[in-house]
Design a protein. Structure first.
Length: 299
């Protein structure tokens, strides 16, 4: 299948999924991080419901340690498209004693997002949460269905999922349950970038090659930020880098790169031998780190 035909088929599938969500659920929401995958979801949702506006809000779980470029882009996108954005903060859960701030060399707020997300789902009674997870990201992601049911505690049972034969999606849930929906589940990182290139989608500057003050730890390049723990002997130098994935600053490393256009990013990914999430330290905590977080309610 040619790249264009594949892109069109993936787009059609995602649009079908979005329309099924609105048809089958009463109160859906799109989980928005400001990263390329959730930005792609916004474009797909626009197409699914054009000429009407996107008929559900965006929800951002803000760790408080996000890259400034991502937050600036988020606010700009929401204003330009007239979207309804809900923001809930991990700091509030810390202040209320619901979660405990990590300390030390590998401390991060990324895992603390789960509590804030589950609280937001309960607060707004969302019955479907649309996310940008893809099956190629990480092996636990590959176990997900497109409609992935969570119990009334927000937990995921990978052994108790519904079959999805012939593109039939079953959104029937019991009171208290909700569904995580993954419209780009069958996409790869390269598919996402190819779509961004084809659609000329604007993305945060952090994805492009730029100068940044960084330091190296465990072979990874970290942003020199007040939020990121750094030893005294870890020297800060200015490097030419970009980010392949955008998460909490404390768990997302950069890669050295000269790719300053979408076309160069696409070319770079085609020849890369390192996975996209190879720069996410939270996935390296244990062999089953992602799966355990998903079982607890992580998206």
């Amino acid at each position: 299948m040619s790249t264009i035909l594949k892109t069109n088929a993936l787009e059609s599938e995602a649009i079908y999924i979005f329309r099924e969500v609105v048809a089958q659920f009463e109160n859906p929401v799109l989980l928005f991080s400001g990263g390329k995958d959730s930005i792609t979801l916004v474009r797909l949702a626009q197409k699914a419901f054009y000429p009407a506006k996107i008929p559900f809000p965006l929800l951002h779980v803000d760790t408080g340690h996000n890259f400034p470029e991502t937050i600036e882009f988020r606010d700009k996108l929401v204003e330009e498209l007239g979207l309804n954005l809900i923001v809930r903060h991990v700091q509030d859960a810390i202040d209320e004693g619901k979660v405990t701030e990590e300390t030390g060399k590998y401390s991060s707020r990324n895992m603390l997002q789960t509590t804030t997300l589950l609280d937001a789902i309960e607060e707004f009674k969302f019955d479907a949460c649309i996310g940008g997870a893809r099956r190629d990201e990480e092996k636990a992601r590959a176990k997900e269905r497109i409609f992935s049911v969570r119990d009334d505690f927000g937990q995921w049972d990978e052994k108790n999922q519904r079959p999805e034969l012939f593109d039939l999606l079953n959104g029937k849930i019991e009171i208290g349950q909700n569904v995580r929906v993954f419209p780009i589940s069958n996409w790869t990182e390269l598919d996402v970038w190819s779509y961004i290139e084809k659609e000329k989608i604007e993305i945060p500057s952090i994805y492009f090659s730029h100068k940044r003050k960084t330091f190296v730890r465990d072979g990874l390049i970290w942003s020199a930020s007040k939020y990121v723990y750094r030893e005294e002997d870890e020297e800060v130098l200015e490097r030419i880098v970009r980010f392949r994935t955008v998460g909490d600053m404390t768990c997302t490393a950069a890669v050295e790169s000269e790719a300053d256009t979408i076309a160069r990013i696409v070319s770079e990914i085609k020849t890369s031998t390192i996975s996209e999430r190879g720069a996410r330290i939270d996935d390296k905590r244990s062999e089953a780190a992602m799966e355990k977080r998903k079982q607890q309610g992580y998206f």
